[in-house]
Structures are given as C-alpha cells and as structure tokens.
Design a protein around this ligand. Structure first.
Ligand SMILES: *[C@@H]1O[C@H](CO)[C@@H](O)[C@H](O)[C@H]1NC(C)=O
Length: 656
C-alpha cells in the first residue's frame, strides 16, 4: 500500500526570497551611464520567480516560477499579465534555467531516478514549443547542471558531473564544462575539466566560473574547436577576472566584449551584478547603483546585449505578493500524500489534527506558535526565541513539549525539556497570544536535553541528553519530569556517539532515531535506527542499500518520524545529492536535504521533494488522504511578511 496523509515540513530561507526578474538597459558608454540607470520588472510578483533568459530583444523572458508548488517554466511579456506556461514535464517537481531558442525550450529537470543513490537526478532536456515533445539530451546515467545554449542554438554547454556518484561536494561542485550539438547530444566534448555555469558568447567561446587556486571565484574562458574541444586541452582555460573579489555566474555579451557577473567584494554585504569590460579590464557597478542593499543573482543579456537582466527580492511595497502564507501547498509525487511547506521549524500536529505547533526560525521570535492546520490563523505561545522542537501530547489537547535553550550546542550546554500547558479554548480568532504555564522537566545541571517525543499514552517522553558527555536517548516521566534523586528517568541507549531526534511510533511499539553509532568519529553521517521502548530489539534501517553495501555508510539521515499507521518512516536525507549549483543560490546549509519515505525495513523508498532548497523537520498527519481530501482547505492570506533579508552562503563570504 502507498503511504497516505498530510505532510508539513520546513524549507530554509524561502520566506525571505520573494524574487522577481528585472532588467536594465545598458548604454554603449558605461562611464556616462552610471547615474542614469533605470530598472524594470518582467515578472508579476506572484510566488518566487528567478533564473531567467531573454527570448527576444528585451521584452519577453523565460523564467522559473514556484507558483504551482513546484518549480516550472514560464514566459513573461509584462509584469501586468499572467505569465504563459512553457512546456514542462508534468510529473517533474523541478525545472530550472530555461532557454528558448529555435522553437525549443532547453532546461534542466530532475525527475528520472538514477540507478544508484547519491547520484544527482539533474539532467538537461529540450521540449518543442508547438507539441511539447520532450527529449532528454543528457545521456542515461550522466548528471548535468546549468545548461547554456549558444547564440545560433547549435551548441549546448553544461556543467557535467559525469556518471559518478556525488562525493559530498557543494561549496564548489566537481563539474567539467561539456559541450554537445543540440542535433547530436550523444557526442560530447570536454571543453574544460574544472568549471561550472557556462555562458556562451557567439558559437565558439564559453565563459564559466571556478574557484581559482588563490581562493577567489573567477571567470575563465575557453574557445572551442570544430570537434567540440578546447584546442589547448581540457585543462587549459584563460582566467579573465582578477583575484581580490569573487566573480561568479557569468553571462557574456554577443560580441565577447563584456561580461556580466555576480560579485562579492570586501566592504559590501550584498551580492551585486557588475559589468566587466574585457578590453579595459574594468568593472562597472550596476545593481549597486540601483538597489545597494539587496542581493542580485544570475545575470543574463538580451541577444543584442542592450539589456542586462537578473533576479532579486521584489521589494516590500510593490505590486505582488508581500505575504507568504503560513502553509504553502507543494506538489506531491505520491497520490495519497498531500504536502505543505511552512516557513517555521519543527511542526507537530495536535491529537485532533486541527492545529500545528511550531517554532520560529531560531533567530527571530517567537519561540513557540500554534497554527490552525488550514493555515488561516497563528497564535504565539512563547514570545522569546530559544525554543526548538515541538511534540504535541497525543492525549492532551493543551500540552506541547519543547526544548528550551540554544540549538546546535555541545552536550554540556544547558538545554531543558519543557512541558507547555495552555487552555485550548484560548485559541480564538480575536487573540494573537495565548497564556501558557511552563514546567521544566529536566534538572538544570543535566546538560543538553532536547528533541522530546511523546509515547501514545501521553505518559512518557523519549529525548536525547548530553548529560553523560555523549548524546544518547533517555525516557522521562512526561508529567512530573525527573527528580533530583534520579526518579522519573531512565537511559535507553548508551555509547560514545550521537543518538538524536527520536520519534515514538503512534502504535507505541518502536522508537526511531538518528545515530552515527556505526561511525562515531564522523559527525556528518547519520542513519535511522529502531529500538523498542524497553531497550530491546535495536536495529538499523538500511535505506540507501543493503547492509554492507558501500552506500549505507554515506547516509546523512535526520528528522525521522513515523506515518500515522506506524508503517512508514519519513525523514530528510542526502540520498538525492545536489540539484543545482549552490553558488547560484542564497544560503542553504544542506542543499542536499530532501524528504524521503520508506518502510520500516528500508524498502519502498520514495523521494518526496526535489529542488535546490534545504527541506526538513517534517510532521505527518492522517488527514487529507484520498478519503479526506477536502477537509484541509487552505485559507489565505495570513502569514509572514516578505522581508528580503537572507544570507549569502557563509562559505563564500568567509573568504573575503
Ligand atoms: C503544451 O504545454 C502548455 C503549457 O503547459 C499547454 O498549455 C499546452 O496545451 C500544451 N500543448 C500541447 C500540444 O500539448
């Protein structure tokens, strides 16, 4: 039987993006232009719109939008009209980087599962604009990112990961620049053995980015011979941009005289688009003059190089969405499952499924909130930040457990398990805040105690504690907590490794948790383990492959929880690898974090999310299965204000 129900989960950062596609006309003489730049918007302010290319001399753009709950491809002629859908692969959750040329749209998608785990699903496709007929251009078993189409449309360049499984890289992907003819995609030439994000000037010159040996991201150039290779060999490329600043995600003008790049410089906190003039070797700031305090991403030129496009936060007071709804419907690949993204962390359902408890985002208050599960209303229970994780008592409608203290801390930091009680009758439409009683259940000298999960009878909590110096699981009296004399608590697992984020099965039989006990010295590998609440029957769930296979020790699996029928496990994992070049995105701490489900024995693995975001902290309710699809309707627009405040990848800015 297929898994069923409603899944809510968190996505890192999305709340803040609010991207639209913009462009500015560029005069021939950039020195004279700097005071006169103007900007216009191409997309309509709905959802997140990004990674565009012009399809004509500066009016229409092809772009990616998430308006349907999956990333799909569209054409926009004006911000005042609804965009037109481009051909998409109906079952795909992910489409990116469209280029329209000669009656085709070229794009990258990730929907065909590879034959092995830890291999990216990304591949390049083309679709006919008249018939939607789609062809995979990437050979079977090969991974390609970041496609770019040459001026005439004859050639396609990609950043190819080849047929290897993913090695865990994401700061800079180990890709090579590969070129093929659109008419003969099986014959591929390696233009350069180290580089990403290719950009054509004309039909024979390719610019791309790479992190140079001196540590600066820089743009390089290769020129292609008639047989699709670099005449000086795959290791030869000419560096174009100097050290001292990061330059990435290039676009090139048709005459090869100008590059547009995103830069990170000392002394500014923002990513900006600049023009680099190849003859004078001078940089010209562009977006810094237009919007100094916003990030700008992934530039592109019109075919005659008169317009320079990019995407950025649309702004707080412009036409378009300014509120992100509390719950966002996203496309589910499993017919019996509905999925909703929320913009807070660690959700859990109330016993009657009518409410969701959730935390803020670690930095911003509030610490604990309750949301109506149709998304229409949100209440604050703990205003202060510093609470993380929630589990609703399965037997008491007015009790939520959480952990209070700093997240991501050592075993000795003081973090305590708290029982938060409130009167459910206070969850009324006219209130914003609900009074609570906070009872601390763990001793103040007991180190780092977090991630409580409740037994179905409501009497016990399983949680992880660092009190012994290692993070192991303990079982605690859910009402009275532990006493100074050591009553009310017992240790469930023990060893010099990390056992964490337990989940109690709704039938009471099992506790699932993440652990690196098979590789205690490695803080980056976690797999799922199951144990009975009495401490017997410990076993590992081999998700990526059978026991002993080379795959299972590469698993990084966290945030495991059970399906309502206790037959499936839901978790976030690195099994699907990377979907796009992370340097072209705002910061995602684990851009390889996608949701998966499998049965308790590790079989039946299904990928539920696919894209470039970090997804995690899911909760699963029995509501909304095929018999109950109507009852969880979403009402807008209440939610979070879009702010456009988000971080650059820390691994880029730390080098400046
Ligand atoms: C092609 O796809 C577009 C966009 O999804 C759709 O509107 C159109 O009806 C499709 N055309 C054909 C011939 O299937």
């Amino acid at each position: 039987m297929e898994p069923q129900g409603t899944i809510v989960f968190s996505t890192v950062g999305l709340l803040y993006y609010g991207f639209d596609v913009f462009s500015t006309p560029l005069p021939a003489n950039l020195d004279a232009a700097v005071n006169k730049l103007t900007e216009r918007r191409h997309t309509d302010g709905t959802s997140v719109n990004f990674n565009a290319q012009f399809v004509d001399e500066g009016r229409t753009v092809a772009f990616v939008s998430e308006r349907t709950g999956a990333s799909r491809l569209y054409l926009a002629e004006s911000p005042d009209h609804k965009p037109k859908a481009l051909p998409n692969i109906p079952e795909s959750l992910h489409h990116d980087r469209p280029t329209v040329k000669n009656g085709l749209v070229y794009f990258v998608s990730a929907y065909e599962p590879p034959s092995e785990p830890f291999k990216s699903w990304s591949a390049v496709y083309s679709a006919r604009l008249d018939t939607n007929e789609t062809v995979r251009l990437t050979p079977p078993g090969v991974v390609d990112f970041s496609p770019a189409v040459s001026r005439s449309g004859e050639f396609v360049a990609v950043a190819s990961y080849g047929s290897r499984t993913w090695k865990g890289d994401f700061h800079e992907l180990a890709t090579e620049i590969v070129v093929f003819r659109a008419s003969d995609p099986s014959r591929r030439g390696v233009l350069c053995s180290h580089g990403g994000w290719p950009a054509w000037s004309g039909d024979s010159t390719v610019f791309f980015h790479r992190k140079a040996e001196d540590g600066w991201w820089s743009v390089f150039r290769s020129d292609m011979t008639a047989d699709l290779e670099n005449s000086r060999g795959p290791d030869a490329a000419r560096r174009i941009t100097p050290p001292g600043l990061h330059c990435f995600t290039p676009a090139a003008s048709h005459d090869g005289k100008r590059l547009a790049v995103a830069t990170r410089r000392k002394g500014t906190n923002f990513r900006h688009i600049e023009i680099f003039d190849l003859e004078s070797e001078r940089f010209y700031p562009i977006t810094d003059l237009l919007n100094p305090n916003l990030h700008h991403y992934n530039p592109f030129f019109s075919p005659d190089s008169v317009y320079l496009g990019y995407h950025r936060f649309r702004g707080e007071s412009v036409q378009g969405d300014s509120i992100v709804p509390n719950l966002h419907s996203v496309k589910s690949p499993v017919s019996g499952i509905r999925m909703f993204r929320l913009h807070t962390t660690f959700p859990s359902f109330s016993p009657d499924d009518n409410f969701i408890a959730t935390n803020g985002d670690f930095l911003n208050t509030p610490g604990l909130m309750v949301l109506k599960s149709d998304g229409s209303k949100r209440w604050t229970l703990l205003k202060e930040s510093g609470a993380f994780y929630t589990v609703w008592s399965p037997t008491e409608n007015g009790v939520i457990y959480t952990s209070i203290g700093p997240i991501f801390e050592s075993s000795k930091a003081t973090v305590q398990i708290a029982r938060i009680s409130f009167d459910p009758n206070d969850l009324t439409d006219d209130r914003e805040e609900v009074p609570v009683a906070v009872k601390i259940l763990t001793r103040s000298d007991a180190g780092n105690n977090a991630f409580p999960a409740c037994s179905p009878d409501g009497k016990s909590l399983v949680f992880r504690s660092g009190r012994s110096g290692h993070k192991n699981l303990y079982i605690l009296d859910a009402v009275n907590g532990e006493s100074d004399g050591g009553e009310g608590i017992r240790q469930l697992t023990e060893g010099e490794w990390t056992d964490t984020m337990p989940s109690w099965s709704p039938d009471g039989e099992l506790i699932a948790f993440s652990s690196n006990r098979h590789a205690p010295s490695n803080p980056d590998v976690f797999s799922i383990y199951l144990i009975r609440p009495d401490g017997t029957g410990l076993r590992r769930v081999h998700v990526a492959g059978p026991a002993g296979s080379s795959y299972v020790d590469r698993e990084r699996i966290n945030h495991v929880c059970f399906s309502p029928d206790s037959k499936w496990l839901l978790f976030t994992a690195n099994l699907g690898s990377i979907t796009s070049e992370p340097v072209s995105w705002p910061n995602q701490f684990q851009p390889y974090g996608d949701l998966f489900v499998c049965r308790l024995d590790g079989t039946g693995l299904r990928r539920l999310t696919c894209g470039s975001y970090e997804n995690g902290t899911p909760a699963w309710s029995s509501r909304g299965g095929p018999d109950d699809l109507g009852s969880l309707s979403l009402r807008s627009p209440t939610g979070h204000k879009l702010l456009g405040l988000f971080e650059e990848p820390l691994w880029i800015t730390c080098d400046i």
